[in-house]
Design a binder for this molecule. Structure first.
Ligand code: IMP
Ligand code: MG
Length: 173
């Protein structure tokens, strides 16, 4: 149930999300051929997306995690803080950063910079939602969206709504 002062307007249904995730997985699989990769999801927003994505990827892989938090309270971006630093053994490996949404791009850029210092064999990013206008396009992007805060399928508002199977626009009254 949404809070009394917010409304949820459906944007992407669970079926549409599954279809797009399957298309993204096919693009990722094509790109790497048979090479093993390291998936690096950024907690916590990418949890649901990465769980679906990995089960559609055929190649050998390791799943690592890192945590970078910016939306601490409500919908305004705040200071970026590591809640879990990326692993330190990424040299020479093909690393794919995974996140729920690319908004300003600061979160993915920060992870890219930290991983890039380790000289991985390759470094790419895969995000489900890309907010227009785009500063720096991800290597793999799911849906392009406009303004408006979104929740569901891993995305939260003050820690809530991550469990919703579809993605909705959050409208504050
Ligand atoms: P960026 O650093 O500005 O690209 O913001 C990306 C991070 O902010 C994502 O990892 C999300 O956790 C969070 N975020 C940005 N926009 C939204 C939104 O509309 N709903 C929920 N979380 C969001
Ligand atoms: Mg996040």
């Amino acid at each position: 149930m949404p809070q009394a002062d917010v409304q949820l307007r459906p944007l992407f249904s669970p079926e549409r999300i599954q279809q797009r995730v399957a298309e993204l997985a096919a693009e990722v699989a094509d790109c790497y051929g048979g090479e093993p990769i390291v998936l690096l999801p950024i907690l916590s927003g990418s949890l649901i997306f990465v769980a679906d994505l990995v089960r559609k990827l055929p190649m050998d892989m390791v799943i690592e995690v890192c945590g970078l938090s910016s939306y601490r309270d409500g919908t305004s971006p705040g200071h970026l803080d590591w809640t879990l630093a990326p692993p330190k053994d990424l040299a020479g490996r093909h690393v794919l950063i995974v996140d729920d949404i690319l908004d300003s791009g600061a979160t993915v850029s920060r992870v890219r910079a930290a991983v890039g210092q380790q000289s991985p064999a390759s470094l790419r990013s895969c995000v489900l939602l890309v907010r227009e206008p785009v500063n720096e396009a991800p290597d793999f992007g799911g849906f392009h969206i406009g303004p408006g805060f979104v929740v569901g399928y891993g995305l939260d508002f003050r820690g809530r709504y991550r469990n919703l199977p579809g993605i909705s626009l959050l409208v504050e009254e």
